[in-house]
Design a protein around this ligand. Structure first.
Ligand code: 9WN
Length: 414
């Protein structure tokens, strides 16, 4: 039976000293946005552990401000690509050379609401400001939209939106051994070798350029303004402003509020597709909108971005194309839809959490309620799994997945 105690147990079993692995089975290290979701899920009743989770994440931050996607704090088997492949880090810990959506700002704000801790406040203010400045300095052309240079940075690795930009890459015949195909199910559900060849190509290119962002801006073939990352970034700007206020820095707070507005405006101006009736990502090499109908577009509501007209069209799309399934919200609908394949259709609890929160913020309380109820039911019936089939509710991917347990708790606690 899923409940507060049981979900906490999942997280505690996945904790390794000062951080929590997404799942021992598949992902035995610290992941950036996973840790943020985990901290969020325990922020109100286990705030000290949540603080430790984030402090450990801050420890992995690079000198240039980037907080990496993975920090390899321990030796572990069973994950590719490991530290030997990335060959980088910050001197304290080996890490990957890319990042993930900046959910950590929201998590830190939540922990700061529970804990009166000036040391953690100062540390968070400094680390998060550096991280957010890194996005603008190293990952933006216009100071408004930010870009990613690897599908793993989006957290939605094999989203059909990445097919077009990845098609431009000829990876040759890279040698590597996948470790994620642990059984027949995972072979069917995880991304294809076609995608992995290109993931590895981009990784090795980053390594060849010594993770130099300026050089990679010149040469990296995958440069995408991802709608999910930009929406989370816009909200993170608002919340960084609040953290700056708490830290007695009102001028910096104003600067981040402005940044959030600038990013939101640019999203309305540049990332809307009237044809798809959704916000979409952009391939920045040729300014091409990646027209796939992904649930990522609905996360714009999480930062209150859509203007009225776009909002209405987008809800029409959500109701007509995403809500016909037994459970909502499928991560994608369209010609590449597969209800069991990773980010090509299954329901992911973190995406549902973001959309439910956004729907509530923008006045769509009934949709928000429905997403929350469906998500809870999926977990209560099938356990804390990584993803679920929207047509049957059948669970897939890793068992005892940390962010599923953590976000389930936020619903029980609210
Ligand atoms: C690559 C850890 C991570 C999540 C991502 C999810 C999956 C990794 C992988 O697992 O990605 O980062 O190897 O498939 O797509 O969102 O952070 O849970």
């Amino acid at each position: 039976m899923a409940d507060l105690e049981d979900s906490l147990q999942v997280i505690e079993n996945n904790r390794r000293n000062s951080f929590t692995v997404p799942s021992e089975q598949l992902y035995p290290y610290q992941w950036n946005w996973d840790s943020a979701f985990i901290a969020l899920g325990i922020s109100s009743d286990k705030a000290l552990e949540a603080r430790e989770e984030l402090n450990q994440l801050y420890e992995s931050q690079w000198e240039n401000g980037m907080i990496p996607q993975i920090a390899f704090w321990r030796d572990a088997e069973g994950y590719f690509p490991g530290p030997d492949e990335w060959q980088t880090g910050n001197g304290k810990v080996e890490t990957s050379g890319i990042t993930q959506p900046p959910m950590v700002v929201h998590a830190a704000k939540k922990v700061l609401e529970t804990l009166d801790d000036s040391e953690f406040l100062q540390k968070s203010a400094k680390s998060l400001k550096n991280y957010m400045e890194w996005w603008i300095n190293c990952r933006s052309y216009d100071g408004r939209l930010v870009y990613v240079r690897h599908p793993w940075e989006t957290g939605m690795d094999d989203s059909p939106a990445w097919i077009k930009p990845l098609e431009k890459i000829d990876p040759g015949n890279p040698e590597y051994e996948r470790k994620d195909l642990k059984n027949d199910d995972s072979s069917k559900e995880r991304p294809e070798n076609w995608d992995y060849d290109r993931y590895v190509y981009l990784l090795r290119q980053g390594r060849d350029y010594n993770w130099n962002e300026e050089k990679l801006r010149e040469f990296c073939p995958f440069q995408v303004a991802d709608i999910l990352t930009n929406s989370i970034f816009a909200r993170a700007c608002e919340e960084l402003a609040e953290i700056m206020e708490m830290n007695g820095e009102p001028e910096k707070a104003e600067k981040w509020r402005m940044q959030g507005r600038k990013t939101s405006e640019a999203i309305n101006e540049r990332m809307w597709s009237a044809e798809t009736k959704n916000f979409v990502s952009i391939d920045l090499w040729n300014e091409e909108k990646l027209m796939e109908n992904s649930a990522a577009g609905f996360v714009t509501t999480y930062a209150g971005i859509p203007d009225q007209q776009k909002h209405e069209k987008m809800i029409e799309n959500l109701e007509n194309n995403f809500m016909g399934k037994k459970y909502i919200v499928p991560s994608y609908v369209g010609k590449h839809y597969n209800p069991e394949k990773y980010w090509r259709g299954p329901i992911w609890i973190n995406l549902n959490w973001l959309i439910a929160k956004g729907m509530k913020r923008t006045g769509e309380t009934e949709i928000s309620r429905q997403i929350t109820e469906d998500s809870k039911e999926l977990v209560e019936t099938n356990g804390y799994r990584e993803y679920f089939n929207p047509e049957t509710g059948e669970p897939h991917g890793s068992e005892k997945f940390s962010w599923t347990a953590a976000l389930y708790r936020t619903w029980l606690l609210s």
